[in-house]
Design a protein around this ligand. Structure first.
Ligand SMILES: Nc1ncnc2c1ncn2[C@@H]1O[C@H](COP(=O)(O)OP(=O)(O)OP(=O)(O)O)[C@@H](O)[C@H]1O
Length: 408
């Protein structure tokens, strides 16, 4: 029993290491060195210097965006505020600021002339010729009844529609240039567990209320003037406001964690996202309709229809974080344990082959010298030497092997 225990313990306290065979061959040796040189050149030149492989890079980012728009505008002698011209009003990352609204008040169900000009006259022509088609036309504000109103007697006039009356009429509005947008963006790089906000935590309420973003003078102010944002896109502000548009506000986080975390700051850029349609003949900008419904005292429903031209802002966040391996290990010191475990065998080999009593014998076992069979055949007696196989002679420290003339 005792001897079994003893053998278990001695079996447990063992160390395993790999055994290498050193082949002294010109041909294989040259190929080996050339391949090694190519691999080292590839790693140093391409992987390390060009691709910066000594850095850990991650583009995964978690982000949250909150917005708030402020400002006043005049429309039909009424002062409009944020509740009137920002949709939705909850302060999300994608929101619309109305720049022009066609308001058609007090619409009741009934029959009335369709408003507008040339477009609807064409419809009227079609009406006379093919009445059935008209029930399927989606661009009329109601169902066309087939009756022609206000006719000038020359085939021109207005179609009668059945639906919400009166139908909408074009009127311009709002000057949005001086509205301001507050953007609150918080991000996290999950790989490194680093969190950042788009304005300094030391910023006071006074500073935030008085600052306006400018790429050089005030790059970290989170308040953006609408007129500035539109002009940063390089587009005509009047055109954008007139027809509506989609504007991208990109917040780019490019952080190098080898530097102080204070250098991890946002960079803003602005683009017109619907630029490919800007010069189209149709659908140049962005607009939509919505209605507010009411009831009269006697219970009849009526509504106010809004056709809104709006600038839709889309706040997008992108991230790129880098860090060298040393910085990574510094951030995650528990990783060092794994690193140490992996490199434990290397350390043990160094001790075993250089510092322990009998290091020479261990080396002899670990590195076995074999002479090249074909090269050795050229010299007399060498075949025997090869068959004998092996000479295990090592200098202490480096693995230097000497050919043997010993024959068996
Ligand atoms: N669009 C904006 N333009 C200018 N300043 C703004 C804008 N939106 C918010 N702020 C200011 O930024 C600060 C932070 O806004 P936040 O909405 O978090 O606080 P608040 O005190 O509830 O804001 P509010 O002044 O709307 O009541 C406040 O001082 C606020 O006045």
């Amino acid at each position: 029993m005792g001897s079994v225990m003893y053998s278990c313990v001695t079996d447990f306290f063992t160390y395993e290491t790999t055994k290498s065979v050193v082949v002294k061959s010109w041909s294989v040796g040259i190929i080996n060195r050339i391949v090694q040189l190519l691999i080292i050149t590839y790693f140093v030149g391409w992987v390390f210097i060009h691709e910066k492989a000594y850095q850990i890079v991650d583009t995964g980012i978690e982000s949250s965006v909150i917005t708030k728009v402020k400002g006043f505008g005049h429309h039909h002698n009424r002062v409009m505020d944020v509740a009137d011209y920002v949709i939705p009003s909850q302060g999300v990352g994608v929101f619309c600021i109305l720049t022009r609204v066609i308001i058609t008040e007090n619409q009741f169900q009934g029959k009335c002339p369709e408003r507008g000009s040339a477009h609807y006259l064409t419809v009227h022509t079609v009406l006379v010729q093919q009445p059935l088609i008209l029930h399927n036309l989606s661009h009329t504000p109601g169902v066309i009844t087939g009756t022609c109103l206000n006719s000038s007697g020359q085939g021109k006039g207005q179609c009668e529609i059945e639906g919400w009356c009166p139908s909408e009429n074009d009127t311009p509005m709002l000057d949005v240039e001086n509205f301001t947008i507050f953007i609150k963006n918080s991000i996290r790089f999950p790989l490194f567990n680093v969190t950042r906000g788009n304005f300094p935590s030391s910023m006071t309420a006074e500073e935030i209320k008085t600052c306006i973003y400018h790429p050089e003078r005030n790059p970290f102010c989170p308040i953006f003037r609408v007129g500035d944002v539109l002009s940063f896109t390089g587009q005509s502000v009047e055109n954008l406001a007139q027809m509506g548009a989609e504007i991208g506000i990109n917040i780019q986080w490019r952080c190098n964690l080898d530097l102080d975390i204070q250098h991890c700051v946002p960079k803003y850029s602005f683009t017109r996202l619907d630029a490919p349609f800007a010069t189209n003949a149709v659908s140049k900008g962005y607009n939509f309709r919505f209605a507010k419904y009411y009831k009269t005292e006697n219970g009849t429903e009526f509504r106010t229809l809004h056709k809104a031209f709006a600038i839709r802002f889309d706040v997008m966040v992108t991230g790129h974080v880098s860090c060298t391996y040393l910085c990574f290990v510094g951030l995650f010191s528990q990783q060092i344990l794994f690193f140490t475990y992996k490199n434990g065998t290397v350390l043990c080999d160094i001790i075993l082959l250089n510092f322990l009593k009998g290091a020479k014998q261990y080396k002899a076992k670990k590195f076995e010298e074999v002479m090249d069979f074909f090269e050795n055949r050229a010299s007399p007696g060498s075949e025997l030497s090869f068959r004998a196989g092996i000479k295990r002679s090592y200098d202490s420290g480096a693995v230097s092997l000497a050919a043997s003339d010993q024959r068996i």
